[in-house]
Design a protein around this ligand. Structure first.
Ligand SMILES: Nc1ncnc2c1ncn2[C@@H]1O[C@H](COP(=O)(O)OP(=O)(O)O)[C@@H](O)[C@H]1O
Ligand SMILES: [Mg+2]
Length: 169
């Protein structure tokens, strides 16, 4: 499923627009759930080469997970910034965090700790696949009991490599 995922269709994307759309999709449920969402869009509209729909899906998956992690409410911060040749996007929550021994496994397809049958365990696997096809990676920083931060690194120039890979398939 992941290897067959459509290659990204690269276009110039304003990442804050993409992030804004992902935020809009969770806005209502976050409100109902008492989750306070803060947006910190550093450079006022970083443009990169990327697939807008896929990058939106990545951020949405991270936001939904943050919401799932905090059924009693909490805080989520989504931020974007340009750091040298990288675009860095962060989704941080102050939920329960991810236990050390699970930190690699949560990116595996179908791995889920949720038992309500509403989640597939595919969110992070798909998100990682998309980010890697954009030539980037996802870093997880988490302290159990304090929260989780998923950090997406997209090498701005390497986005062009992903396009080249897509053409070869
Ligand atoms: N923000 C988070 N806080 C705590 N645990 C998380 C967070 N995001 C992901 N996880 C863990 O990673 C697992 C896999 O996430 P995901 O691939 O999106 O699958 P799903 O949400 O369907 O369970 C989750 O079941 C959960 O245990
Ligand atoms: Mg999920």
């Amino acid at each position: 499923m992941f290897s067959r995922q459509a290659p990204p269709r690269m276009e110039e994307v304003t990442i804050d627009t993409v992030a804004g759309r992902a935020v809009a999709l969770v806005g209502h449920s976050f409100e109902l759930q008492n989750i306070e969402l803060r947006m910190e869009f550093g450079d006022g509209g970083v443009a990169v080469l990327g697939d807008a729909g896929q990058l939106q899906q990545v951020l949405l998956a991270l936001l939904v997970n943050a919401g799932d992690a905090m059924p009693q409410g909490g805080q989520v911060v989504i931020s974007t910034e340009r750091a040298g040749q990288e675009l860095v996007m962060r989704v941080r929550d102050n939920g329960p965090g991810v236990a050390e021994e699970l930190r690699d496994r949560i990116f595996e397809p179908f791995f889920s700790t949720k038992e309500d049958g509403q989640r597939t365990g595919l969110g992070l696997a798909i998100a990682l696949g998309i980010v890697e096809q954009h030539g980037g990676h996802i870093e997880l920083v988490s302290q159990v009991g304090q929260g989780s931060e998923f950090i997406i690194h997209l090498p701005v120039a390497a986005a062009e490599m992903a396009q080249a890979r897509g053409e070869k398939q």
